[in-house]
Design a protein. Structure first.
Length: 222
């Protein structure tokens, strides 16, 4: 029963992610990247706007883990491991910014854009609920983006701008590392399914997260 529910949920999440990819490809920043018009200022704007969302990631996962009840301790432990693994990732992003010629003060002083503000508020709101299993849908979107898009984007940026590997470590690292995280995703789904209401919440959370993440990218302007 749980196996069937996991498979069905994954099919629905795949549809959500396909729509998410289309939205991303239509954003001005990604269109510049795919059409060979990407400049160093675009890369710096991308890193600046992504930093806070990356920093928030470990924080909302930690909050979500703290709100998971005793009946799902294994899921709590898994989320805590993810938070520990990723809590320094924003530093890697900062180092890429400096290695590509950016001034560290610029990235440290930057404010969130409209999409980033909305995404951050949404994630922390969901993480603060009791047993926030819906956030597995958010992980599907964010970690899926890392596993599918990060490395190809990084290689395109490198090809276009001629940057060294040490200026692209965040994108290239996540392109490899997030694949392993996605392999754990099915196991996490099995921990909370087959309850129908939980499955619906996971898919709904994925949809909202995808819309807000795309808005974050849409708002980036060099």
């Amino acid at each position: 029963m749980a196996h069937e529910a996991v498979a069905d949920t994954l099919r629905k999440l795949a549809v959500v992610f396909a729509d998410f990819e289309q939205r991303l490809e239509a954003t001005p920043l990604i269109r510049k990247l795919t059409r060979g018009r990407f400049e160093l200022a675009d890369y710096h704007a991308f890193l600046i706007n992504l930093r806070q969302q990356v920093k928030d990631g470990a924080l909302w996962m930690s909050r979500a883990a703290s709100n998971i009840g005793e009946d799902h301790l294994e899921l709590r432990s898994t989320l805590m491991r993810h938070a520990v693994t990723e809590h320094r990732d924003f530093r890697l992003l900062e180092q890429d910014f400096v290695a590509s010629g950016g001034n560290i003060a610029d990235i440290l002083s930057a404010r969130k854009n409209v999409g980033s503000e909305a995404l951050s508020a949404w994630m922390f709101h969901e993480a603060s609920k009791p047993n926030p299993f819906g956030l597995l849908g958010a992980m599907w979107i964010i970690e899926g983006l890392g596993s599918i898009k990060a490395k190809p984007w990084g290689l395109k940026v490198q090809e276009r701008l001629g940057l060294p590997d040490e200026a692209l470590r965040f994108l290239l690292y996540h392109g490899d590392n997030d694949v392993e995280h996605m392999e754990e995703f099915r196991d996490m789904l099995a921990m909370v399914l087959p309850e129908e209401a939980v499955a619906e919440r996971i898919v709904t959370t994925a949809k909202v997260t995808a819309r807000l993440y795309a808005l974050q990218i849409e708002e980036i302007a060099a």
